[in-house]
Design a protein around this ligand. Sequence first.
Ligand SMILES: [Zn+2]
Length: 95
Amino acid sequence: MSRYRSLPHLAEQIEGVARAGKQVVLTPETARLVAAALKAFSTNPKADTIAAAVCMSRQRCTEPCFRCSGIANLVQQIYENPERAFMPEFKGDKR
Ligand SMILES: [Zn+2]
C-alpha cells in the first residue's frame, strides 16, 4: 500500500525529507511514478504541435491559423506558469 495519497502529497513528503537534510529513498513503484511525473512536467509541446491538436477547422490547418496560434500560445503560457490561467488579464478580462 502506498504511503502517499496523491502526487502533491508525495511531493510534500519528498520535500520534507529533503528539507530535513535526509536522503530520499523511493520504492521502485514510487520511482516509476516520480519518473512519469518528471517526464510530464518536462514536456513542453511546441506551439505548432498544440495548434495542430486544437485546430477545429475541417481541413485542419496546414499552417497554424491565427485562432489556433492564439490558443497554442495560451497553453504554452499555462505550462510555464499554471497560476496564469486564473488571472483575469489572462482570460482577456479588461476590467
Ligand atoms: Zn486552425
